[in-house]
Design a protein around this ligand. Sequence first.
Ligand code: SF4
Length: 223
Amino acid sequence: MKIAELFYSIQGEGSLIGVPSFFIRTSGCNLRCAWCDTPYASWRPEGVDLSLAQILDEVKAHRAMHVVVTGGEPMIAPEIAPLTSRLRDLGLHITIETAGTVFQPVACDLMSISPKLSNSTPAGSWAERHDALRIQPGVLGELMARYEYQLKFVIGKREDVEEARSLVKSLGANPARVILMPEGVDRDILRERGVWLAEICKEEGFRFSPRLHVELWGHRRGV
Ligand code: SF4
């Protein structure tokens, strides 16, 4: 499996924010978000091929009871299902961070789905392909039906909220499982956007998530 990085940190986003977790970041993505904060796993995928045994040895070398499988897009990794099955055998809580464009029968305790809004579409040659793929209602519905889920939206401007609200409605999602998060990898921008986004969350009944890892460590790899 091509792995961009393995590291032990705390979950920086979403409903399990603050929980010590071991992160497995697969390399490779079927989307190309304009604001992608892990281009080394999408636009210019880097990494090394590791066997499942090598990955599991790293997991076992740390104290985490939670593991987060992220990317890139982990659901396109060929061995994602056996990997999650082996993680479950270890008794770990498994979160999968996905854009929700591909279904795989994985073992998962929290399906953290981040559908990509139109603010993610890049300029250039990837635009059409990205736009055609970024929202897959059938896949989103199946993931939400089969797993405990959260829907996490990256919000850059107020108008993005309307798009998120419309998708939430069409999917019949529970607003309590919807999380809005400011877009950005700069503490000042996150704070500025966070102030008005928190007010919107209060009005809509959505949950607000900061990006705690950026606040604590800045925009760095492996944290
Ligand atoms: S889906 Fe995630 S990893 Fe892929 S390009 Fe978008 S932000 Fe980056």
